[in-house]
Design a protein around this ligand. Sequence first.
Ligand code: NAP
Length: 512
Amino acid sequence: MGSTLFVIGLSWKTAPVAVREKLAFSAGEIPGVLRELTAQPNIEEALLISTCNRVEIYATTPRTAPASAVASATAEARGFLARSRDVSSEDLAECLYEITDGEAATHIFHVAAALDSMVVGESQITGQLKEAYGAAVHAHTAGPVLGRCMERAFGTAKRVRSETGIARGAANVSSVAVELAQLVFGELTGRRVLLIGAGKMSALAARHLRSHGAAAVSVTNRSRERARELARDIEGEVEPWDELESLLARHDVVVTSTASPQPVLTVPLVKRAMKTRRRRSLVIVDIAVPRDVEAKAGSLDGVYLFDVDDLRRVADQNIEERWREADAAAAIVADEVEQFYRWVKIQPVVPTIRALREHFAGVAEAEVDKAVKSLRQRHEPGEQERIVRRLGELIANKLLHDPMAALKAGGEPSPEELVAALHRLYPLGDPGIEPPRRAHAPEKKPTARDQAETSAEPRAPAPVPSEVAHRAPAPPESREANAPAADDAERETEPPLPEVATHAGGRRRGSA
Ligand code: NAP
């Protein structure tokens, strides 16, 4: 019994892009998908992540379902994917994975920490997963188990990034361009940057350059309109396309990424620009294929030219470095997964723990209230101690009453099973051996006043003569307060104590 977490999906590891595209869900579709998933009989909580590299459902079975329900739940999720994307179950089976039991959280934590990403340690996936979780929360399909799981997955991702080098070093072309420029100039702060071309690659590079402190980013492009659009997005300047030579003279870092079939920056053009720069270094990062810059320009004094192969080499080295950190990262994941499953395991007993705590606290509170009333009126030496001792005894007796009654009642579960459970719950020693009897101080017969102190009845404002008190009929609460005295189970486990008269005229134990 208790929710079982499971994962069903596909990723770049199991499915080519053509299949991933077909199974992808847009952000607008996700709320409906989540509602449909949680309408299945064996799915209680659900989250869907859909990126260009993975489509995965994280879900749980209902709290009250047996562990075997997970097989039906994965079949329901599989059926839903096939129906909604119009793919045959056979085609799906080839690329779909299902992860259940202890492995599901391990997979989710690996995904969050970018250990399952195409570029290990990349930073996008954690954000994408946060969005997916946000959508599930919004659709009310993320409950306590997914909530706890995702919260720990994000915590794990943070630990992995800060405690290992998994995210160190740029791993994509546009961020490597920034890293290389930093190698030449140190910080980019205050450096003037020129983008040649205003397409997708330029936009990516611009964002990286901006976030690394490049002061002014200018854009030049064959069509001025597109340059204007990009410049607006990145708060940069537009420069004329036909002034490349003077632009090179005025900028420190040039990133070029046009789709031109001919070189845009020839050796003579760069040479003339370097003359104007008076040997001030110029970094040129050529992302284009075919290349935008004639290769020989890289041999000119003061020119640091990097092409796509240089960028790829650096990225590959960085990725290799990141993989060296993967073992340390996996150890963090294992530690976090263990803590998560420890939490999952105790969930079925949480309501009982809460109820038990409330029951114990309620019994203790009721007895303490009575004792406090008595304490307020008793100042004689020894009286207060006696009241407190009696309080402890009353609380223990009340708490023992129900389990004792159940033990003696027989039936189901059997007394033997109850005995075994009690021995598992409390340090009672060997079940077959009598525990050593507690040594008691010689009994002192309590006075009528003692009895009034420990009775459930509120004290009368004036002292009640003891004879009257003894004759007074006991109210139900008073009987309850003294109930353990009539409980022979107590006598079975405790040495006999002197008996004294109660309010009800019955007998109860004297206090030790
Ligand atoms: P894109 O979005 O289509 O943009 C193409 C850009 O090139 C536009 O600014 C366009 O200017 C300009 N352009 C096209 N033909 C030109 C010409 N004959 N002369 C001058 N400019 C011209 O392309 P993209 O995806 O950003 O790709 C740009 C370059 O990066 C390509 O060479 C591509 O091969 C390369 N690339 C490299 C990688 C990598 O990993 N290294 C990845 C993707 C792309 P208009 O606005 O005037 O048309």
